[in-house]
Design a protein around this ligand. Structure first.
Ligand SMILES: [Zn+2]
Length: 297
């Protein structure tokens, strides 16, 4: 496990070297670069990216230039890596529209946009290939398991009795499955829970996550996460009233005051739970004068 610092609240990102194959790269910051330059990566042949978030792929181009390696990422996250800057701009606009519709103040939407713009410096576009069923490494074939939820192209990799989980399974923090659900319906809580069920069927001894410490009992961890989801669903339900509230108001009851860096995560998560409650016919979500409102039925 190679720990690489990130400028994000999540802390270090974990990279893994499996023979001639590197899993994830870290963000494009001087601090992360210093760690990579201290390793002997000259002979790497493949870089595989667990998912299209910049703390995981930001240095892909740097490594490709340096070693002429092939960069692989799932086809659903391919553009995020190959056309990073443009994709970031597109997402920034989509998210800003979503935040406005949530009923968030103009000032907070602006803060969010400024925060999001900073992400530009942490990565750069890099030519990449779509992942196939397996990645051939020096140490044998690594099986690719598509686990959508956190992003549409999130993948885990199995090699012998080891699973490399990216952000699909983390030891202490809960993975946010909802931010991509704002524009991609293959993501979201339901998809993520299905991916967790897929992972619970896999017999491995050790799970190496994208952040934090090794997970020894991944089935117990999956049960804990599913229980937390049920708890959060009840918290969201409790925050609702018979009179309509905007999505921003519901989110404030659930999470309290949130900094600009976390506001999208919190709103998207609440929206995801509301949609589940709507499917259960407990809640009604509708739009009025361009604002998303919810109330209990
Ligand atoms: Zn991450």
């Amino acid at each position: 496990m190679i720990k690489v610092p990130t400028p994000f609240a999540v802390g270090d990102v974990n990279l893994y070297l499996v023979g001639d194959t590197l899993i994830d790269t870290g963000p494009r910051t001087p601090e992360a670069l210093k760690v990579l330059d201290g390793l002997n990566l000259d002979s790497i042949v493949n870089v595989v990216i667990t998912h299209g978030h910049v703390d995981h792929h930001g240095l892909a181009y740097y490594l490709k230039e340096k070693t002429d390696c092939t960069v692989f990422v799932h086809k659903n996250d391919l553009l995020t890596v190959t056309d990073y800057e443009n994709e970031l701009d597109k997402k920034s606009q989509t998210y800003a529209d979503f935040l406005k519709k949530s009923g968030l103040s103009e000032k907070l939407v602006l803060h969010f946009k400024e925060y999001y713009h900073e992400l530009r410096t942490y990565g750069e576009r890099c030519p990449a290939e779509p992942l196939k069923e397996k990645v051939m490494t020096e140490q044998g074939a690594m099986q690719v398991i598509h686990t959508p939820g956190h992003t549409g192209g999130s993948c885990c990799f199995v090699m012998g009795d080891v699973l490399y989980a990216g952000d699909t399974l983390l030891p202490t923090i809960s993975t946010n499955p909802s931010i991509h659900a704002v524009f991609d319906e293959t993501c979201g809580l339901k998809a993520y829970q299905q991916s967790l069920r897929t992972l619970s069927q896999i017999r491995v001894d050790t799970v190496f996550p994208g952040h934090g410490a090794v997970i020894k009992d991944h089935i117990a961890r999956i049960h804990t996460i599913l229980k937390e989801h049920e708890q959060r669903r009840l918290t969201v339900l409790d925050s609702l009233q018979e009179t309509p509230q905007s999505l921003a108001e519901v989110t404030k009851v659930v999470f309290g005051n949130i900094p600009a860096s976390e506001v999208l995560l919190a709103l998207a998560e609440c929206y995801d739970y509301l949609k589940i409650l709507e499917r259960e016919r407990i809640v009604c979500i509708y739009e009025e004068k361009g604002t998303i409102l919810a109330r209990v039925l």
